[in-house]
Write a protein of this length. Structure first.
Length: 346
């Protein structure tokens, strides 16, 4: 096929995404189908979209991908992949431009910080119009502050949020979307599932602190960790997250919620330490701790560690440990940095 993914992506990134295509998710279910992916410019959506294009390249599955994102950088993200005939691109902030001849599957991986009520209604209306099998991704933030007296959070837990605080707007949007999606699934007999994701990390597009650690490690700078911000939480490498979302899409029960996480529980200090281990030859690079770690109170809320028993019952098995995930992030980031350096020299 013209514009093959393996020829357009750098080796490390291609190998990373290929692990999804060759993983446990049943890509034959998408053969000759149209898959609409929102948030296709973000790491999770990008990895899933490219995995499907690779599947077309290797196995002639004839999957039609519709990549949707609120950001104009969507075209830059995909580069020459935009010339392929098996993928179309739509830039829309509220999905009013979400036009397709058909949609067999919808994977919603967009950030809720960019969504409004109109976007949610338009998306759900689109799913209903084509009676598409859909998975709606939210995040572990949707729980708010949980006080369940346990060491992790399950799908039945309900946490506290301050409805008067603008900081919680995203959580309210996620809760609203979940409620509307589940009601629509039940009222109209639609196949819609909810995937609540833990902190997803990868070579690009992760949270600012994680990105800074990876960039500092690649460039031999000190890794600075603010101990006041140390808080263990669930992490999931982007390839595992992609496989988990696809598992929920294809095997999950309609109107059910599934936590998406791996067995990795870490904090910023552990991640920085893993980065440091990758470069023992950089003797000047150090791990710098600042501030003092806050003492955990017996009255503190449950740590943001997700219980994945329901997801595991669907057959999902995480494969990427923290050390391996951080190594992949550093390798891909370094590979991209070399590419940009080459482009600047030419």
């Amino acid at each position: 096929m013209e514009y093959e993914v393996r020829k357009l992506l750098k080796n490390k990134l291609y190998s990373d995404i290929l692990s999804i295509t060759d993983g446990d998710a049943d890509f034959t279910a998408f053969k000759n189908k149209t898959v609409v992916i929102t948030g296709a410019g973000k790491p999770l959506g990008y990895y899933i979209a490219c995995a499907m294009l690779i599947c077309n390249d290797l196995y002639s599955t004839n999957i039609s991908v519709v990549a949707v994102d609120a950001d104009n950088g969507l075209f830059e993200q995909y580069g020459k992949l935009t010339y392929r005939k098996d993928i179309d691109f739509i830039v829309s902030r509220n999905y009013s431009e979400l036009i397709a001849d058909k949609a067999d599957f919808v994977i919603h991986a967009e950030s809720f910080h960019d969504l409004d009520r109109t976007a949610v209604v338009n998306l759900l209306s689109f799913i209903q119009k084509y009676r598409a099998t859909a998975v709606i991704s939210t995040s572990q933030d949707v729980y708010g502050d949980v006080f369940n007296g346990k060491d992790r959070i399950s799908e039945t837990d309900i946490g506290y949020i301050d409805f008067t605080n603008p900081m919680f707007n995203s959580i309210q949007a996620q809760r609203m979307t979940e409620s509307l999606a589940i009601k629509l699934a039940n009222d109209c007999a639609l196949d819609i599932k909810i995937a609540r994701t833990s902190k997803i990390y990868g070579a690009f597009g992760t949270d600012e602190i994680f990105n800074e650690n990876i960039d500092n490690a690649v460039n031999g700078r000190n890794l600075v960790v603010d101990l006041k911000l140390i808080k263990p939480k669930s992490y999931c490498y982007v390839t595992d997250a992609a496989e988990a979302v696809l598992t929920v899409l294809l095997k999950g029960r309609s109107a059910e919620i599934y936590n998406i996480a791996s067995n990795c529980v870490a904090d910023n200090l552990q991640i920085a330490s893993e980065c440091l281990k990758l470069y023992p030859e950089k003797e000047l690079m150090k791990l710098v701790r600042k501030g003092n770690a806050a003492a955990l109170s017996p009255m503190a809320s449950t740590l943001p560690i997700l219980d994945i028993k329901k997801l595991s019952a669907l057959g999902f098995r995480p494969r990427v440990k923290l050390s391996e995930g951080v190594k992949r992030c550093v390798d891909i980031h370094a590979e991209r940095s070399e590419l940009y350096a080459d482009e600047r020299r030419t």
